[in-house]
Write a protein that binds this ligand. Structure first.
Ligand SMILES: NC(=O)c1ccc[n+]([C@@H]2O[C@H](COP(=O)([O-])OP(=O)(O)OC[C@H]3O[C@@H](n4cnc5c(N)ncnc54)[C@H](OP(=O)(O)O)[C@@H]3O)[C@@H](O)[C@H]2O)c1
Length: 289
């Protein structure tokens, strides 16, 4: 049975979802979604810019009945494109994502605090537009068309700005979070405000050699527990109540990444959290004012 977390919207979200950044192509997506459902995944993460929403929607439509599942049994997250900031664009982008996914009740996030083609340092305009982007999501949530709404890559500063005018506090903030990039202040702020922290790039992104998967401390703990380094990194997050979105197109990795029914000791958790090298493996939202 998969572990879940209850969001402030009252909805239960699985702690492990499948990441799909760079997973493209109808056949590959069909087989990856099938392997994930088979392994027990009930959550999937996509985004308009991943250009795979339609294929994920198609695959789920075909596969859910095969697994005896209803649409309500899976949790889908999509993110609007950074070019779709502002009230009208954000609303249209949501409707477009909804029709691409061919699904009801996805969870939608504002993906990035900055707006495409606007200077990162233009704080007044970026701040105004991202506030505007949030309004339609609040209305859509009120109407019951989505089960939760959230943001991604928001720093404490971005969240503080948004909370000054938001009627709905974001239910989730999806950010880079792993033992090499421990955002303690952000985690504390989100906990205080009831915003669920969701980690991405838990395995160090898609690179030839991931420094996270090769970290000697991770390797040592994995060997002692007879688990894989990926499982140790993912469990480090879920044991703190942080959800994860491991991305894989490899069937055995997909299965392994959701098998997190073990506990790290308090010493393991402290040691992993103590690694923090402030090493980011994805983009840096702190450059957006
Ligand atoms: N909101 C945002 O701005 C944002 C940014 C980045 C990511 N995300 C989301 O988070 C998801 C995950 O992050 P990510 O794409 O950066 O990558 P990630 O999950 O950190 O790492 C993916 C890489 O790890 C490998 N891998 C997976 N399981 C493994 C295992 N058990 N053992 C060894 N290697 C393994 C994968 O290769 P194989 O395919 O060979 O397994 C792939 O190369 C994304 O797909 C996306 O959905 C969101």
């Amino acid at each position: 049975m998969q572990q879940v977390t209850t969001l402030a919207s009252g909805v239960c979200m699985p702690l492990v979802g499948l990441g799909t950044y760079k997973t493209r192509g109808k056949d590959l997506i069909h087989s990856v979604v099938k392997a994930a459902l088979q392994a027990g995944y009930r959550a999937f993460d996509t985004a308009a810019v991943y250009r795979n929403e339609t294929e994920i929607g198609d695959a789920l439509k075909q596969l859910l009945p095969e697994f005896g599942l209803e649409r309500e049994d899976v949790f889908i997250t999509s993110k609007l494109s950074p070019q779709d900031h502002g009230f009208e664009r954000s609303l249209q982008a949501f409707l477009f994502s909804l029709s691409n996914l061919q699904l009801t009740y996805p969870t939608v996030f504002i993906p990035w605090p900055g707006c495409r083609k606007i200077k990162l340092s233009d704080d007044a305009l970026n701040q105004y537009l991202r506030g505007q982007s949030w309004r339609p999501l609040e209305s859509i949530h009120k109407s019951g068309k989505v089960r939760a709404i959230g943001v991604s890559n928001y720093t404490v500063g971005h969240l503080e700005d948004l909370l000054k005018t938001a009627a709905v506090v974001p239910h989730v903030n999806q950010v880079e979070y792993h033992p090499h990039y421990l955002q303690k202040g952000l985690k504390k702020f989100c906990d205080l405000k009831g915003i669920h922290l969701q980690a991405y790039s838990s395995l160090g992104t898609t690179v030839e050699v991931s420094p996270l998967l090769q970290d000697p401390t991770v390797l040592r703990i994995a060997s002692r527990l007879s688990r894989s380094p990926a499982q140790v990194l993912l469990r480090w997050a879920t044991q703190q109540g942080v959800s994860v979105l491991p991305k894989s197109t490899n069937t055995s990795h997909i299965a392994e990444n959701i098998q997190l029914g073990f506990n790290l000791t308090a010493e393991d958790l402290a040691e992993l959290s103590g690694l923090s090298t402030s090493q980011k493996y994805a983009w840096d939202p702190s450059t957006v004012h």
